[in-house]
Design a protein around this ligand. Structure first.
Ligand code: MN
Length: 209
């Protein structure tokens, strides 16, 4: 992660992580135009704002995770929390999608999902409900609570990291994630993402380490 090597000054500046696929890789579920704005304007903006806010403060040189932990719940630090958390959430979101997503989770993850929800479909249904009922901007997540997988929804920039939970998958439900393609039909965006793009391999990898 950024900021681990304290011997280089440049390491203390957060960089926009590369998109793990082409901007048009999610079509037709998510358009290149949506990904272009979402990654190139929104995500980039959070990283740039964070760098401005962190420069010359106690937060300069900290990892995103450390900044999120150090500022969560502190109204005086809301601006730096929001930008750091959104920078983290978006990189996690890009990896939660794959052009080859959807389908069945790998065996170990499937077993954990079935233990918690009964079936993969029941898990997807609960995730979709969280995503569509999150009022206003926010995120729907699968997260580990100890050894158990649960569905979590968070408003605005918040994430499971602030609740002692380990995120394993997310869906961005801010309007900027879907409005150009789906307008007000958030449920259609969520259903299409869960059926065609959701990256179970990424989620399975997050069960470890
Ligand atoms: Mn977003």
């Amino acid at each position: 992660m950024i900021g681990n090597d304290k011997t280089q000054v440049s390491e203390s500046v957060h960089v926009l992580a590369p998109l793990p696929y082409a901007e048009n890789a999610m079509e037709p579920v998510i358009s290149a135009r949506t990904i272009g704005f979402h990654y190139g304007k929104h995500h980039k903006g959070y990283v740039e704002n964070l760098n401005k806010l962190a420069a010359g403060t106690e937060f300069a040189g900290m990892t995103l995770e450390k900044i999120v932990a150090a500022t969560a719940g502190n109204p005086d630090k809301a601006a730096i929390f929001n930008n750091a958390s959104q920078a983290w959430n978006h990189t996690f979101y890009w990896h939660s999608l794959s052009p080859k997503g959807g389908g069945e989770p790998p065996a170990a993850l499937k077993q954990k999902i079935e233990a918690a929800f009964g079936t993969v479909d029941a898990c997807k249904k609960e995730l979709a409900t969280a995503a569509t009922t999150q009022f206003g901007s926010g995120w729907a997540w699968l997260a580990l609570d100890g050894d158990k997988i649960k569905v979590v929804k968070t408003p605005n920039a918040d994430s499971p990291l602030t609740k002692n939970l380990k995120p394993i998958l997310t869906v961005d439900v801010w309007e900027h994630a879907y409005y150009l393609d789906y307008q007000n039909r958030r449920a259609d965006y969520v259903a299409a993402v869960l059926d065609k793009l959701i990256n179970w391999n990424f989620a399975a990898g997050n069960l470890r380490g």
